[in-house]
Structures are given as C-alpha cells and as structure tokens.
Ligand binder design. Structure first.
Ligand code: GLU
Length: 444
C-alpha cells in the first residue's frame, strides 16, 4: 500500500520518546518503558495432516507488568515480526493504563497464514504454542487473548492445553473464550462497540449528531463489523468498507453513496472479514480498489485493519471533508503523519484509547471467571460503555485543558499511570510534571 517501509516498533518508540521528554522522565524510567521487559522467541513443530512436520516461528513479548499481569492478544499472520509484536506489546501497556484496568502489556504472534492450515493443524499449532510457553503464562503472569486471525476456538484449545499441563482449571489464564466455556457475553462485540462509544463521546463534544455523519472503514474483521453495526444503529452512514480478498490477493473497497447495509455485508463475509464481491455487486454496491477507502468524502475515517495505513504517502488522499480519524486498528498512523493531522484540524481518537474496549471486556471476563458468576449482556455493555466513556473524557479534557493533540494527551495519562506504578514499586524515580502543571506545550 506504501513504498516506504515502516517499522511499528520504531513508531511506538518515537511516540513514547516525545512524551517521555515532555514528562521529563528520568533516564531509568525511559529505559524501562521504551522497551519490553521480557521476550520469548521460539519455534513450534507441528505435525501436518499430510504427515510432514512444519516448524513455525512464534513470539510472546511482555512489555510491562507494573500495573498487573501482562495482557494482550496472539496474532496469526504471515508477516509477523519480533518488532511488530514488541510495538503491539508496548501499545497494550498504554491501552490497559488509559482505560484504567489493573493489567500490563503483552503480545504474542505466530508467523503463519491460517488460511492455509486445516482446523486440526491450527489446533496443534495452538497447543504447541502453549507447550512452549506454559511457564510464562497464567492468570497472574501473562494472559493472552484473540487478535488478528485468532478467535475463541483458538483460545479454548490453548486453555485446554494449559489446564492439561497444570492439572487444574485456570479459566482466567486466557480471555476471548467462547461464551459458555468461560467467555464473557459481549466480548466478541466489545472492541468494535468500544470504538463507537469513544466516537460518540467525541461527536457529543463537537456538537455533532451521529445520525448526520458518514464514515469510511478500512477492514471488515470482527472490530470493523461491530463498530459499523453500532455506528449504523446510531444513524451513521457507512459509505465505504474495504477488505482483503484472499482469492485475488488484493483488497477492494465496497461503496454506496446512500450507505452500505452493514448487516447484509456481515452476512456475505467469511470468518477472516473478506466480503464476497459477487454478492456485494448483486446488492448494488460499487467495487473500487481497496486503497480508495481513504479518499472518500466522509466525516469519519475508521482504519480497522493493520499498522501503517495512514502514511505521508496516503495522507494527501484524505478528503477535506474528514473531521475525525478514529483508529480502530493498532498503529494505523505513522508518527510523521500526526503533525499533518493536527495541522489540518482533524480530531484523532488514538488507537490505544479507541480500541481499548476489547481488553476492557477481557478484564471483565477475568473478573467473571474469578467469581465463577457471569453477567448478562446489558450489564457487560453498560460497564463497557462506562469505562470507555470515562477514559475518553479524561483524554479529551486533558487535551482541551493543555491544548494537546489527543494522542499526546492519551499517552500522558497512560505513561503517567505506568511510571507511577513502577515508581511505587521502587523500580524507578519519577515525578509527574503534568500533575504539577508544568506541561503546557504540544509534544511535536
Ligand atoms: N487483541 C486485543 C487488543 O489488541 C485484545 C487484547 C486482550 O483482550 O487482551 O486490544
């Protein structure tokens, strides 16, 4: 999608360094927080259905656990790298801190393409992952969850392997489990719903009725689907959705000036979020090249796919009509674009705030598992909305009060909380400048 190669870990560190300077963090604090505390790189031999053995490279990286056990998903992706997992683990720390749940940051990944693996091969891969890592996992140590191309079934296989090895039941060891097997009602929808709860908060502050707005979304996986559904239920018009087409090895954008029917779109997608072109055309939708999601004349852009999609190369394609970028994916914007977004007056809902609904519901799942008592749908959604709205408001108020870009305000809150926890544990020296009213300039 872009010629320049962007390294998500460098991006995450660049973002951190800007805020660390603003907060006048000590050298020790900076060293601790700008890199992961622990990394596991390992291989998983898997017996394939044809009798051969394939060896997969895998990672689990713990960025920081000062505020609680490490938490974060496991991705299955053919282009997974250690640096991607490092960046994502770092963003998990800030995510858990900004939504104020007692968890740290971690992330895992396996270099594989599940499209090419049978279900039994996927099961053996999941079990192999846990066999290699079980001493480093656990409800009080590090708690995985689903992420790109992993789902509740993968989590359940991982839990079953862990429990078999440990000789007991540890439902809080992993989240995103199927409902009825220790999962929380609402977990599947939670990341997408959380995106819309923070978006609603921002629209309210901007005095804009969601029903008068339109959006273009990149991706149609789980997060995008439920964000689109909730946004449409508020009257918002989803004019474009782009997604990857596995058969053609490229992406397409589906467009409708009057708004796509997202419920129908969800019915004609596969489990990886690819929309059936023939069926979409039959619904009367225009089919455009995938990268055109970004150039639509809409009010809101929602990148909900992978990292590095809004770059110096793609930024000029953003229509003048866009007022809000709501980052549903992790790291969709490169740091060099933040200045441009800010200068153009586009409001940005940063990724680790906007997509924090998933891990918030994961936390609820752990709480319910610990109680062995499960809440109903309304109770989960009400608690989720409360947490997300509260987190949004704290970020928005700080940004307004100190004249900050919202990504910087979110970072200041998150880094403050983590640095404070590390200080109270005696790991680092830290005095919060923002709490002493000294932080007034922008972080650029
Ligand atoms: N994978 C999701 C994320 O990036 C959820 C993580 C979790 O629930 O632990 O936020």
């Amino acid at each position: 999608m872009t010629s320049k190669v962007h390294n998500p870990y460098e991006n995450a560190q660049t973002q951190f360094d800007g805020i660390a300077e603003l907060l006048e963090l000590s050298t020790g604090a900076k060293q601790l927080l700008r890199q992961p505390m622990k990394e596991m790189h390992f291989t998983i031999p898997v017996k394939m259905d044809d009798g051969t053995t394939q060896v997969f490279n895998a990672y689990r990286i713990k960025h920081n656990d000062a505020r609680g056990p490490a938490k974060g998903g496991i991705r299955f992706h053919p282009h997974e790298t250690a640096d991607t997992v490092r960046a994502l683990s770092m963003w998990m720390t800030w995510k858990c801190a900004v939504v104020d749940i007692p968890l740290g940051g971690g992330k895992g990944g396996v270099v594989c393409d599940p499209h090419n693996l049978s279900l039994s091969e996927q099961e053996r891969l999941c079990r192999g992952y846990v066999r290699q890592l079980h001493t480093q996992l656990g409800p009080n140590v590090d708690v995985p969850a689903p992420d790109v191309m992993t789902n509740g079934q993968h989590m359940l296989w991982m839990l079953d392997e862990y429990e078999t090895m440990m000789g007991g039941r540890y439902p809080g060891m992993i989240t995103g489990k199927p409902v009825g097997m220790g999962g929380s009602i609402g977990r599947t929808q939670a990341t997408g719903y959380g995106v819309v709860y923070v978006l609603e908060g921002l629209l309210r502050e901007m005095n804009i009725d969601p029903a008068t707005t339109s959006a273009s979304i990149q991706g149609f996986g789980n997060v995008a689907e439920y964000a689109a559904k909730l946004y449409a239920s508020l009257g918002g018009k989803v004019k474009a959705v782009s997604c990857w087409d596995q058969a053609d090895s490229k992406s397409y954008a589906f467009y409708c000036e009057d708004g796509l029917d997202v419920e129908k779109l969800a019915e004609i997608k596969d489990s990886y979020g690819s929309i059936d072109k023939v069926k979409a055309a039959a619904l009367g939708y225009e089919i455009l090249p995938g990268d055109e999601w970004i150039s639509q004349d809409v009010d809101i852009l929602i990148p909900a796919a992978l990292e590095n999609q809004i770059t110096l190369e793609t930024f000029p394609k953003i229509s003048k009509s866009v007022k809000i970028i709501c980052e549903a994916a992790n790291g969709p914007t490169t740091p060099d674009c933040d200045k441009l977004i800010h200068e153009r007056g586009i409001m940005l809902l940063p990724d680790f705030l906007a997509n924090g609904g998933g891990v918030t519901c994961s936390y609820f799942e752990q709480v319910q598992c610990n109680m062995n008592y499960f809440w109903g749908e309304d109770e989960v959604n009400e608690k989720l909305k409360f947490k997300m709205t509260h987190a949004f408001q704290a970020v928005y108020d700080l940004a307004k009060e100190k004249n900050l870009y919202m990504r910087d305000a979110a970072y200041i809150i998150a880094i403050n909380r983590v640095a404070d926890a590390a200080k109270r544990r005696g790991w680092i020296l830290f005095t919060s400048m923002i709490l002493h009213g000294r932080c007034t300039q922008k972080a650029f």
